[in-house]
Design a binder for this molecule. Structure first.
Ligand code: UTP
Length: 174
């Protein structure tokens, strides 16, 4: 079986502030994609919401307070960002799933056929890190890499809590 890998790409990494850094970032992404495809890897990429999600959620909060409704706004932003990455990979001729799947099982099925599947969030109540882990489970992936601006998985936000503990082993249920 072709080796499968899942990467969660935090929205904060997607948009370097400087436009110069941005084109370098996309250039590196394209090089990496060509290299991975050349090595016969199958890669599922789960994209976070970043700035568009934060801005849109703030906007919606003007009149909406239910967290599941605000989550739907966040999910829409992750899907927008996913579409950007999907189109960048299609543009360089990679084998990329033509749709942005709504579920991790649909993504796992598409990864049977395409070298890259790009998706965003799925349902309210979690973030795209959880989506990546579920995608990895459904696709029987060898690795699931969470690329973000925090070094480990913690029991609480280490930027807010000094006593946050980093976790090195977790079950899916935990
Ligand atoms: P992110 O996954 O980008 O969350 O989804 P985040 O916490 O802002 O980003 P990281 O993990 O630090 O990189 C943005 C928002 O979209 C909603 C949530 O409201 C989340 O905060 N969302 C996303 C969902 O409700 N379900 C999903 O499956 C994904």
């Amino acid at each position: 079986m072709t080796s499968r890998h899942i990467v969660a790409l935090g929205g904060s990494l997607l948009r370097p502030e400087e436009s110069e850094q941005r084109s370098a970032w996309f250039g590196q992404l394209r090089q990496l994609a060509v290299h991975l495809e050349g090595n016969g890897r199958r890669v599922g990429i789960v994209i976070g919401g970043g700035l568009p999600a934060r801005e849109a959620i703030e906007l919606a909060k003007t009149c909406v307070s239910a967290s599941d409704k605000l989550d739907q706004v966040g999910i829409a932003a992750t899907r927008l960002n996913a579409t950007v990455i999907q189109q960048v990979l299609i543009d360089i001729g990679c084998s990329v799933a033509p749709s942005i799947p709504h579920t991790t099982s649909e993504s796992a099925e598409l990864l049977e056929k395409y070298n890259f599947v790009v998706m965003g969030g799925t349902t309210p109540g979690h973030t795209t890190d959880a989506v990546a882990v579920a995608f990895a489970r459904d696709a029987g992936a060898r690795t699931c890499i969470i690329a973000t601006n925090v070094s480990h998985v913690y029991d609480k936000d280490p930027r807010e809590f000094d006593d946050a503990q980093s976790l090195t082993k977790l079950t899916i249920d935990q």
